[in-house]
Design a protein around this ligand. Structure first.
Ligand code: ADP
Ligand code: MG
Length: 682
C-alpha cells in the first residue's frame, strides 16, 4: 500500500542507474554502503506512553475514516489502540485507494512523529501498513541508507539485502591481529545493516559500536599497510650516495650567525640520509622563522660537494627569488654555481640556463615548479628540496622523483613545511615519511604581540604606522582576497595603496600583488628589503617565506577572511629581527563562529604546533591537509582524530602482517583502497 504521496513511476532502469551513480556497482560496494540511521519497527508503543515529539510505532483499529473539505481537502482517519486510546491520522495528499484501505474496522500499524495537543493526539502523513492481529513485528531495526533522487529507500534496501551474502567479505586477517572485542568483518556488516532491536542506537549513530570499530580498523590498517608497502618499495630504489664536508665547513665559516642546536641536529639527520644509497624521503618541519633555509643550504652543500646537482623549488616566484638571493649570498662566495629557472625567465636566457642544468654546470638550480617541467633536464640531480611542500601536489612530487629515472636512480627528496603536522595526521598520512623538526627559534627574537581590532580602529592603526615610520621601522599591510577573484583582490590592494600613499607620502608606500611582472615584484621587494621603503601594501603573495628582518608591524585587514594557517604564515613575516613586533588583525563583524575561533587562536598563541592543532580542530583533516595531496578522501569510515586509538592499533599490527602474511596484506590493501593506494605512494 503506497504510504507516500503519488509520484510518477520511474523508468525501470532509473534506480539502477541512480545506484551506479552512487558508485554502488559490485556486491561489496553495496555491503559497504552503511545506514545513516535506523527506524525502530520492532516494537509497538501504547499510545498512553507515547510523548509529544517522539517517533513511535503504534497499532490500532480504524474507528472513523472520512475526507474533509473544509479549508483544505484532507483524509482524516481515527485510530483506537488496544487500550482504547485514540489517535488522529491526517493525510493532506492521498490516493482514493487509501480511503478504501483505511476503512472502518481495519487494523493499521502506523509510524510517525506524535503530536499531542488539547484536541488530542495526531500524526501527519505517518507510514501506514494494514495488518492483522498476528502480523509479526520487524525482527531487526530498519536501516535508512544515504540515497539520491530516483533511488527509493525500499529499492536500495532490497539491493543491499541481496548483495550482502554475495559480497566477498571473507576474513583476511590472521587471528590475533584484530583488537580484542571486535567482531569478524562479515558479522560486523550484517550487524550494521540489521541491528537487533535491543541495541543502544546511540553507539550505532556515533559509530562507537564494536561493529563500526571493526570497519574503521580495517580501513586504517589498509592505509598503514599501503604506506609500509610504498616505503619498502622505496627502500629498493637506489639513490646516489652523497657525502662531503669541505663545502659544509666553508659554508658554516662564512654564515653571519651560529646554527641553533636544532639546526645542527637536523642538518646531521639529513646528512646521514644522504650518505645512504636509498632515496631520502624526509619532511623538515619548523615554525615560520625557525631557519629552514640554512638547513636546505647545508643539505645542498653536502650534495654539491659530492659532485651532484641540487634543485630547490618554491611555490611562488617571489619566494624562489628570495631563496635565490640568500643561497647565492651564502654559496657563490664558496664557489658554487647557481642557476635560476622560473616561468618568467624566457627566450635566450632560459635556453642558456636550461643548458647549464643539463650539462651539470649549474650545481644548484633554484626556481618555481617550472623546475620540474619535462624540458628541464639535469645532468645528475642528487637532491631535490621542496619548500612549503603542502603547496605542491602529489603529481609534482612524482615528477621530481622521475628526474633521474633514466639512470635507475632517484634523487633524495627533502620537503620543508612551516605547517607542523599534528601527531595523528603524521602517523596516518606520512607513515612512510621521516620527519625532522626544528623546535627552536634562532636566538634574540622577541615575541610577537597580536592585537585584534574591529575595522573601526583603522584610523588609529594608520596613525601607529606613521609613528613607526618616524622611528625608522618597517610595516606590512595585507589586503585580503575578496570573493576569490584576482580582479577585486587587486582593486582592494590598489585602493588601499592609494589611500595610504596619500596619507603617509607616496615615497613611503610600495605595492606588491600577483599581477606585477616578476621584475617589478623583485624591484619592490628589493626596495623594501633594503629599508628604503617603510610600508609595503600587499596581497597574500607575501604569505609564504618572505624574510625582511627589519619589519616589525604586520597589519592584516579583514583578518576574518583568512584561514588560520595563512594568518600564522602572514604573522611570521614579522618578529624576524630583534625589534619587538606587533601583528594587528582587523576584522569586520559579525564574525562567524569559525572566524571568531581563528582570531582567538591567533591572539592566544604564536606557537605553530598549537596553531596547527587548533586549525585541525576547526577544519578537520581533509581541509587541513588539502585533499589533493593528503589523500584525505581515502578514509571513508575512520576519523583520524576520534579514532586515534584504532590508528595506533593498526600501526602496531601492520609491520608484522606485512612480513608474515604478505598476501593477506596485499588483499587487505586492495579491498579497502584499490586504485586509491597509488595516491599514497607519492
Ligand atoms: P623559515 O624557517 O621560516 O624558512 P628562514 O630560513 O627564512 O625561516 O629564516 C628566518 C630568518 O632567521 C632569516 O633571516 C635567517 O637568515 C635567520 N636565521 C636562520 N638561522 C639563524 C640562526 N641560527 N641564528 C640567527 N639567525 C638565523
Ligand atoms: Mg622559509
Amino acid at each position: 500500500m503506497p504510504a507516500e504521496p503519488p509520484k510518477p513511476k520511474p523508468a525501470p532502469s532509473g534506480p539502477r542507474r541512480a545506484m551506479e551513480r552512487l558508485g554502488l556497482l559490485r556486491p561489496i560496494d553495496l555491503a559497504l554502503h552503511l545506514p545513516l540511521r535506523y527506524e525502530d519497527e520492532t516494537r509497538l508503543t501504547p499510545l498512553r506512553e507515547a510523548r509529544h515529539g517522539q517517533v513511535v510505532q503504534v497499532e490500532g483499529v480504524v474507528v472513523d475514516c472520512r475526507v474533509e473539505t473544509r479549508r483544505r481537502r484532507q483524509l482524516l482517519v481515527s485510530l483506537q489502540d488496544d487500550e482504547g486510546e485514540r489517535l488522529l491520522l491526517r493525510f493532506l495528499n492521498f490516493y482514493p485507494s487509501q480511503q478504501k484501505s483505511y476503512a472502518e474496522g481495519r487494523r493499521l500499524r502506523v509510524r510517525g512523529e506524535l503530536r499531542s495537543s488539547l484536541f488530542g493526539r495526531e500524526m501527519v502523513h505517518p507510514h501506514c501498513k494494514v495488518v492483522d492481529e498476528d502480523t509479526p513485528l520487524a525482527a531487526a531495526l530498519t536501516p535508512v541508507y544515504p540515497t539520491s533522487a530516483g533511488l527509493p529507500q525500499a529499492y536500495l534496501r532490497k539491493a543491499i539485502e541481496a548483495a550482502l551474502p554475495r559480497a566477498p567479505l571473507q576474513e583476511l586477517l590472521p587471528p590475533g591481529s584484530v583488537p580484542r572485542g571486535l567482531p569478524p568483518l562479515r558479522e560486523a556488516l550484517n550487524f550494521l545493516h540489521h541491528p537487533p532491536p535491543n541495541v543502544p542506537l546511540a553507539t550505532l549513530e556515533d559509530h562507537s559500536h564494536p561493529a563500526w570499530q571493526r570497519l574503521k580498523f580495517e580501513e586504517l590498517l589498509a592505509q598503514q599497510l599501503s604506506q609500509l608497502q610504498s616505503k619498502a618499495l622505496r627502500a629498493q630504489h637506489r639513490a646516489p650516495v652523497l657525502r662531503g664536508s669541505k663545502l659544509v665547513e666553508q659554508l658554516l665559516a662564512q654564515l653571519p650567525f651560529e646554527l641553533t642546536g636544532a639546526q645542527r641536529r637536523v642538518g646531521e639527520e639529513i646528512a646521514q640520509d644522504l650518505a645512504h644509497a636509498q632515496p631520502m624521503h624526509r619532511l623538515l618541519q619548523g615554525d615560520v622563522g625557525s631557519g629552514k633555509t640554512v638547513v636546505a643550504a647545508l643539505a645542498a652543500a653536502v650534495c654539491i660537494d659530492a659532485g651532484w646537482q641540487c634543485a630547490l623549488m618554491a611555490p611562488t616566484e617571489l619566494l624562489a627569488e628570495q631563496h635565490l638571493r640568500k643561497l647565492v649570498g651564502w654559496l657563490e662566495p664558496i664557489g658554487v654555481k647557481v642557476a635560476w629557472i622560473t616561468g618568467s625567465v624566457k627566450g635566450k636566457k632560459r635556453e642558456a640556463l636550461l643548458a647549464q642544468a643539463a650539462s651539470g654546470e649549474a650545481q644548484l638550480v633554484v626556481g618555481t615548479h617550472a623546475v620540474i617541467e619535462d624540458k628541464v633536464q639535469f645532468a645528475n640531480l642528487g637532491l631535490a628540496i621542496v619548500d612549503e611542500q603542502h603547496r605542491f601536489g602529489v603529481a609534482q612530487r612524482l615528477a621530481l622523483r622521475r628526474k633521474l629515472a633514466e639512470r635507475g636512480l632517484e634523487p633524495h627528496l627533502l620537503m620543508m613545511s612551516a605547517t607542523p603536522i599534528p601527531r595523528t595526521l603524521a602517523m596516518s598520512y606520512y607513515a612512510d615519511l621521516d620527519v625532522s623538526t626544528l623546535d627552536e627559534l634562532p636566538p634574540g627574537r622577541s615575541p610577537i604581540v597580536t592585537k585584534v581590532f574591529a575595522l573601526d580602529k583603522r584610523e588609529a592603526v594608520i596613525a601607529r604606522i606613521a609613528q613607526e615610520i618616524g622611528q625608522g621601522k618597517q610595516s606590512y599591510w595585507v589586503c585580503p582576497l575578496i570573493e576569490e577573484s584576482e580582479e577585486s583582490d587587486l582593486q582592494a590592494a590598489t585602493a588601499t595603496h592609494a589611500e595610504l600613499a596619500e596619507r603617509l607620502g607616496p615615497e613611503q608606500v610600495g605595492l606588491l600583488h600577483g599581477r606585477l611582472k616578476a621584475d617589478e615584484k623583485a624591484a619592490v621587494m628589493a626596495r623594501f628589503a633594503s629599508g628604503e621603503l617603510p610600508l609595503l601594501v600587499a596581497t597574500t603573495v607575501i604569505e609564504v617565506g618572505v624574510d625582511v628582518p627589519n619589519a616589525s608591524l604586520m597589519v592584516i585587514e579583514h583578518a576574518e577572511r583568512f584561514g588560520l594557517a595563512q594568518l600564522h604564515q602572514l604573522r611570521g613575516r614579522v618578529g624576524r629581527g630583534s625589534a619587538a613586533s606587533v601583528c594587528v588583525l582587523m576584522y569586520a563583524g559579525p564574525l562567524s563562529e569559525s572566524g571568531r575561533e581563528r582570531l582567538k587562536a591567533m591572539a592566544e598563541t604564536t606557537d605553530g604546533f598549537e596553531i596547527a592543532r587548533r586549525d585541525l580542530d576547526i577544519r578537520g583533516p581533509g581541509e587541513f591537509m588539502g585533499h589533493r595531496q593528503s589523500g584525505a578522501d581515502l578514509l571513508r569510515f575512520a576519523d583520524l582524530q576520534e579514532d586515534a586509538p584504532l590508528l595506533v592499533a593498526a600501526r602496531a599490527v601492520a609491520p608484522r602482517l606485512l612480513a608474515e602474511h604478505p598476501d593477506a596484506a596485499q588483499a587487505q590493501v586492495q579491498r579497502w583502497l584499490g586504485a586509491k593506494a597509488e595516491l599514497m605512494k607519492a
